[in-house]
Ligand binder design. Structure first.
Ligand SMILES: [Zn+2]
Length: 253
């Protein structure tokens, strides 16, 4: 990555328009260039962090996305610490009871809810956004990240997958690339679509909605009123169950 040309500088300036302070921009830039120095912690980040809980303490399953994929995102332990990336999944204590209720519904059908990501710090949002923009394009970064509203930074947004008999249920294929991240990409009757709808339908019953980007796995709790919810035509659970697809999931690995 070359970070010195005018276009790259423009990206860092763009962070200002997303509400980042000069200190925060310097931190993100340092993590991307590897020129790490000592920084002060941000006050507002610390305040949000005080409401976060470890989902494992509530018998919810999950793994910390960027911590697990550290190498893929050019991160190491030190950068994770600076950006606020923990080895476990954290969410706001205000959404725990609804997550647990959803988990119970999935378990009744023989499935296990698994949280791929919960809380994501403001700094991590900036880091992954700029990194994606530098590695591919700004359009690609804008498509999958939301560094302006930052729903995960509230601790009230989650990225979810389902497990069946200990293995992850496949809801998209690698060949689709980023296109496969969005609900509506696959044919309405494909098994991928049906499982995406099942996930969405159960979560909707527990106050979680898809967000404006329409990623099938990303849910904002209704406490988070900042973003408009997308009203997708999702079938009712009874109708989905009647199709019988739950008995034969496509499994990863
Ligand atoms: Zn998400």
């Amino acid at each position: 990555m070359t970070l010195n040309d005018q276009q790259n500088e423009f990206l860092y300036t763009k962070l200002e328009s997303f509400g980042y302070s000069p200190n925060e921009i310097a931190i993100v830039k340092a993590c991307l260039t590897g020129e790490l120095i000592d920084f002060e912690s941000d006050e507002t980040e610390l305040q949000v962090a005080s409401q976060l809980v470890n989902i494992a303490d509530y018998n919810l399953f999950g793994s910390s996305f960027y911590y697990e994929k550290m190498a893929l995102y050019d991160l190491d332990e030190q950068k994770c610490q600076i950006l606020g990336i923990k080895p476990f999944v954290q969410v706001s204590d205000q959404i725990i009871s609804d997550l647990l209720a959803a988990q119970l519904d999935f378990q009744k059908d023989g499935y296990q809810l698994f949280v791929k990501e919960g809380y994501r710090s403001k700094l991590t949002y900036a880091y992954v956004y700029i990194r994606k923009a530098l590695k591919s394009s700004r359009a690609e970064a804008d498509r999958i990240y939301n560094p302006l509203n930052r729903p995960h930074s509230s601790g009230m947004a989650v990225d979810l997958v389902l497990f069946h008999n200990g293995k992850q249920v496949k809801m998209r294929d690698a060949a689709a690339g980023d296109d496969g991240l969005f609900y509506g990409y696959y044919d309405h009757l494909s098994t991928f679509s049906l499982f995406q709808e099942y996930l969405i339908a159960v979560m909707r019953n527990h106050k979680f909605n898809l967000a404006s980007k329409g990623e099938y796995f990303h849910f904002n709790h209704r406490h988070l009123g900042a973003e408009p919810y997308v009203a997708f035509p999702i079938r009712f659970l009874a109708e989905l169950r009647a199709i019988g697809f739950l008995d034969e999931p496509i499994i990863l690995g």
